[in-house]
Ligand binder design. Structure first.
Ligand code: ADP
Ligand code: MG
Length: 390
């Protein structure tokens, strides 16, 4: 972490020629369980991880916004006057989209939008992009926290989560739900965030992994995914169609008892999409209940069933993700599933500490035998959400 702070400070100075006024950071996340449920008003259970994105920021005397990222060349510069959500493209759409969404929030709350100061922002990150660890939310939440403080807006963390989502939906054009931003803003060490995406209520739930001698491995298949196009949007449409045909506002209104009616009413593909969401919501609740009553070593079957549902019903897995999961299971993981939006990205495996190394090596060997590119395998620990660093 000190390393990231140091890099962030130096990078800001190299881009803007002065020391930053402050440093803020926000973590990536893994979703323990509850996939493609957030935009269906359902339940998700993510945790913030120790990999973080840092924003170094300084207030300017004018109304210019300048953003730089150590992951991309060049400085992008716009004016706060006439910040146009339709004119922001590429990586800069994430931080500048947040600036736009925050200025809209300030306007709605009757604040002095014309009084908001310009800003220099420099991003540095440990969160690999496009690996299913939500590097996008880490950027959004770090920037949202910094701007909230530097602009003196006093918005709460749940509002900041909504601002991050608005930036991603409206400015970037990715129709994602509220899960990633909630995890990044509300995470706590050794806790997962149970998120009710309908009420937007959250509850911090003790995981107890370390205490039980367990750890979470991420298996990043290094195959790419893109939420902004194709599969994600089409799955989302299927869910909307399913809800409409079933006469409900969202799939959250349905439970396991509605499956026979859904099977009779929906075409087979839409039915399978709907069945994933209904069963996944139940698995989230079962996972949380099991953590409380029997402890983390007992949640494996829910993780495994979640993967089967995503593979067979929602059809968002890939050969690499399936191999990551099946090889981890064969090697003795307590449970494993793909995580994130799908079509590539990462899987997670809950493993006994004593097995972690063997599982990691065995999965890598299985990838090698299958002729797949070497996966990136690393442990993650439930960590603190977005914070000011200095
Ligand atoms: P994920 O959130 O799963 O990592 P996304 O496709 O949602 O994948 O977001 C990745 C995109 O977020 C990147 O292509 C880039 O545009 C933006 N992004 C992520 N990290 C950074 C960063 N450190 N600096 C600038 N942009 C970033
Ligand atoms: Mg993302």
């Amino acid at each position: 972490m000190t390393d990231l702070l140091q890099r962030g400070r130096e990078y800001f100075s190299s881009q803007f020629g002065a020391a930053p006024g402050g440093l803020w950071s926000a973590p990536g996340r893994v979703n323990l369980i509850g996939e493609h449920t957030d935009y269906n008003d359902g339940f998700a259970f993510p945790l913030a991880i120790e990999k973080r994105t840092l924003v170094a920021a300084s207030v300017r005397a004018d109304r210019r916004l300048r953003v730089a990222s150590s992951s991309f060349p060049g400085v992008v510069e716009v004016s706060l006057d006439g910040l146009d959500p339709d004119a922001l493209h590429g990586w800069a759409a994430y931080p500048l989209g947040v600036a736009w969404a925050m200025s809209e929030a300030a306007r709605e709350s009757g604040g002095p939008v014309d009084g908001l100061a310009g800003m220099d922002l420099a991003l540095s990150s440990d969160v690999p992009a496009g690996a299913g660890l939500s590097s996008s939310a880490a950027v959004e939440c770090a920037v949202a926290l910094a701007l909230n403080e530097l602009w003196g807006l006093g918005l709460g963390r749940q509002q900041l989560a909504r601002i991050g989502r608005l930036a991603e939906n409206r400015v970037v054009g990715a129709p994602t739900g509220i899960m990633d931003q909630s995890a990044s803003l509300l995470g706590e060490p050794d806790h997962g965030i149970l998120l009710d995406c309908q009420s937007l209520q959250t509850e911090s739930i003790a995981l107890g992994f370390a205490g039980a001698g367990l750890g979470l491995l991420v298996i990043d298949t290094r195959t790419s995914h893109s939420h902004a196009d194709g599969g994600y949007a089409s799955r989302r449409r299927s869910c909307e169609e399913g809800a409409r045909a079933m006469g409900v506002g969202s799939l959250r209104a349905l439970g396991p008892a509605d499956l026979p009616r859904a099977a009779a009413l929906l075409d087979t593909q839409t039915f399978r999409r709907v069945r994933h969401v209904i069963s996944e919501n139940q698995r989230v609740l079962d996972t949380v209940a099991t953590l409380r009553t029997r402890g983390p070593a007992a949640i494996g079957p829910f993780l495994n069933a979640s993967h089967v549902s995503m593979r067979d019903d929602f059809e968002i897995s890939t050969a690499e993700l399936d191999l990551a999961v099946s090889s981890a299971q064969v090697l003795g993981a307590v449970g494993a599933r793909m995580t994130g939006g799908g079509f590539g990205g990462a899987a997670i495996a809950l493993v006994r500490d004593s097995d972690a190394r063997r599982v990691a090596e065995g999965v890598a060997q299985a990838f090698d035998r299958a002729g797949f590119a070497a996966p990136r395998i690393f442990p993650v620990t439930a960590s603190e959400g977005a914070r000011r660093e200095s």
